[in-house]
Design a protein around this ligand. Structure first.
Ligand code: TXA
Ligand code: MG
Length: 318
């Protein structure tokens, strides 16, 4: 594995060439780091499953350089999905749409739909453009962590997670810390109106404003195979417990204003909800690095991004 910390144009082109050759490239996005492979190559995509230790029937998100790629990957795009793509791409939102023939079973987990996203990060976008210039159609990229573990929000965490599972030809592109910090909002666009499958930085209110539809949420979507919907996910080694006073020797995650009892390891103290999202996974990893057995987290109140944080905390605590 090659770790590239200076992501020059040449380095990004080199990574695109590696992808065309069927290797893996971990790259930064605004949400979390992705582990990318040529989404049209079964052999390349199988390397993702192997490196992550992820069951093969879990669908992957295909990352594309712009909404102009939608017709390659999908059929029957509803009007409201186009509106969402126009309003929020590039950005932290994945659209689930009816798949075209290009989206094969090995990417969609055998489902008739495909998840698509245009990430909003300069390195991700230039990698996708460079890959496209070489004839590439899109990059399948789940979060760059082992299956079930906490998503990496910096390149060091990617290395920690995957170093021993990557081949010598694979590449990690270091683009610093991710600004959003939690995974994209996933919107199912296969019905008459949008349905949220996973909360993220694009909020239900924003989706409603963009599409003018009422938005239903993940509570009704248990049947869809979204791996992030498995009960235990996004979980550190430490046990995560919610909304109680932390005891001596435990880790603690809460908004600034909330004080730390003595003998407790304060892992992060974000000053607002956006910073909470940005630092959450860092805090969980820090707890593991300290070898803590228990991390107590106080859920933030409110709608929007707070919904995504509470969702990840509840899953981490299951
Ligand atoms: O922010 C993100 O979305 C990050 C960055 C790297 O883009 N990616 C990410 O990928 O979180 P992953 O694989 O860790 O989670 C993607 C989720 C999974 O829970 C998967 O089941 C769901 O998206 N998904 C993908 N395609 C789907 C489909 N066709 N139908 C339903 N869910 C789908
Ligand atoms: Mg993931």
């Amino acid at each position: 594995m090659e770790f590239i910390s200076e992501c020059s144009v040449d380095a990004i082109n080199k990574a695109a060439v590696a992808l065309i050759a069927g290797n893996l490239v971990a790259f930064p996005t605004e949400t979390v780091y992705g582990l990318g492979a040529d989404a049209t190559s079964e052999e390349a995509v199988s390397k993702i499953y192997k490196a992550k230790g992820r069951p093969a029937d879990h669908p992957l998100i295909v990352h594309v350089p712009s909404l102009n790629s939608l017709p390659d990957w999908t059929v029957e795009i509803p009007e409201y999905a186009i509106r969402l793509a126009r309003d929020f791409w590039p950005g932290p939102m994945t659209l689930v749409l009816k798949r075209s023939e290009l989206a094969r079973d090995f990417v969609t987990g055998g489902q008739n739909t495909v998840g698509l996203r245009v990430p909003n990060h300069p390195i991700a976008l230039s990698l996708l453009k460079s890959f496209e210039n070489l004839g590439g159609k899109g990059l399948a990229a789940p979060s760059a962590n082992r299956f079930g573990a906490v998503s990496p929000t910096d390149a060091g965490a990617v290395k920690e997670e995957l170093e021993s599972h990557l081949n010598s030809e694979d590449i990690i592109l270091d683009g610093g810390s991710c600004s959003v910090g939690v995974e994209s909002t996933i919107v199912d666009c296969t019905g008459k109106s949008p349905r949220i499958l996973r909360f993220g930085a694009v909020t239900p209110t924003e989706i409603k404003e963009s599409t003018t539809f009422e938005v239903s949420d993940a509570e009704n979507s248990k049947k869809v195979r979204v791996s992030g919907n498995l009960d235990s996910h996004y979980a550190p080694m430490a046990r995560v417990e919610l909304n109680r006073a932390p005891r001596q020797g435990e880790g603690f995650i809460a908004l600034k204003g909330i004080t730390t009892p003595s003998g407790v390891f304060r892992l992060i103290e974000p000053s607002d909800v956006a910073q909470y999202a940005e630092q959450l996974y860092l805090g969980l990893r820090k707890g593991d690095r300290l070898g803590l057995k228990v991390i107590v987290a106080m859920e933030p109140e409110g709608e929007g991004l707070a919904l995504a944080i509470r969702d990840r905390l509840v899953r981490a605590s299951n």
